[in-house]
Design a protein around this ligand. Structure first.
Ligand SMILES: Nc1ncnc2c1ncn2[C@@H]1O[C@H](COP(=O)(O)OP(=O)(O)OP(=O)(O)O)[C@@H](O)[C@H]1O
Ligand SMILES: [Mg+2]
Length: 313
């Protein structure tokens, strides 16, 4: 049986008339990276704040590592690391003082605290600059320090709200490695939000898509992609006449045909599961010369856009 790290039942939070999170029912198994995807203002940060017990739900229930966020928020926060939109750093303290401060809050013994702070600052390439006040730091440097802060007490579960926003590509790739190795090596669970769908595709074993507070879909990135609108097939060759295009488009399983590459390629959108062979036969019969036929899987980004736009209203 898989252990469940996060469970919500009809979780909701309203602000006046606005339902920022609306009847969220979700299970996230332990030891995976879960990607929470959704447009601006869809309720992602609000959900994280609810799960950390920083905000009272107005409906439903949630449990993190088995602890109720309503009744045992302290237990959740003790076991969780979090990087929120506001990074929680003290501008007038140095990097080291910031981590020192949080290390005390987490009651890490002095020697362990020192060692862990050094380890993390070195890991993020900030050790040399530990005595500088955070106020003077760049956005990416602060983001790294905030991540170090979130990891300080070796949490079992990490909530990361757009963790790579502001990081350069090298730093982002290195954070990806860190997250994957924490999940693989230590069984940490990660709940993250990102607007970078390629990042979600690379990292997340499971993703959820939320819009206007409502969960639209949950699954592996592959499952979501498979749920997208049909299959896209690319055909490269020549002799794609307008008559042929019209004849193809008239077939019931064909949703759309578009010519590209100056008439040397066709993009055909097919109903999911429809066979390609009859179309190829028809093309050949009509005198087209076919060099290549390949199926293109929709990227998570395309699937995401379909999902959030399609059900609008
Ligand atoms: N404290 C609050 N008071 C009133 N409204 C709020 C409050 N917090 C959030 N909201 C509203 O709830 C909705 C969801 O906000 P939230 O910050 O969760 O979105 P998000 O998905 O994190 O968006 P983004 O991708 O832009 O970070 C928004 O309409 C926002 O204005
Ligand atoms: Mg947000």
């Amino acid at each position: 049986m898989t252990e469940i790290a996060i469970r919500t039942e009809g979780l909701g939070r309203s602000f006046g008339e606005l339902r920022a999170v609306d009847g969220l029912t979700l299970e996230v198994p332990a030891g995976v990276i879960f990607g929470f995807l959704g447009p601006n203002g869809s309720g992602k940060t609000t959900t994280i704040r609810l799960l950390l017990g920083l905000l009272e739900p107005t409906a439903g229930q949630a449990w993190v590592l088995g602890h109720s966020v309503r009744q045992e928020a302290w237990a959740v926060r003790e076991r969780a690391g979090a990087l929120l939109e506001e990074n929680g750093l003290y501008e007038r303290l140095t990097a080291e003082e910031n981590l020192e401060f949080y290390g005390r809050i987490y009651r890490l013994p002095k020697a362990e605290r020192r060692a862990r702070i050094r380890e993390l600052l070195e890991h993020f390439g900030l050790w040399e600059r530990r005595a500088e006040v955070v106020r003077t730091w760049s956005r990416g440097m602060r983001q790294k320090l905030a991540l170090a802060r979130a990891l300080l007490h070796r949490p079992r579960i990490l909530f990361l709200d757009e963790p790579t926003a502001g990081l350069d590509p090298v730093a982002a790739a290195s954070l990806h490695e860190d997250l994957l190795s924490m999940v693989k090596g230590e069984g940490v669970t990660v709940f993250l939000t990102t607007h970078n769908l390629a990042e979600a595709e690379k990292l997340c074993a499971l993703v959820g898509v939320i819009r206007q507070g409502r969960l639209l879909a949950v699954g592996t990135p592959e499952e979501l992609q498979a749920r997208g609108q049909g299959t896209e097939v690319q055909v490269v060759g020549s002799g794609f006449t307008s008559e042929l295009l019209a004849a193809l488009e008239a077939r019931p399983e064909v949703l759309e045909v578009a010519s590209s590459d100056g008439g040397n390629a066709l993009r055909i959108r097919l109903q999911r599961g429809a066979p390609m062979a009859p179309l190829v036969a028809q093309m050949v019969q009509a005198g087209a010369a076919i060099e290549e036929v390949y199926k293109r899987r929709a990227s998570l980004e395309e699937t995401f856009l379909q999902l959030v736009e399609e059900k609008e209203g």
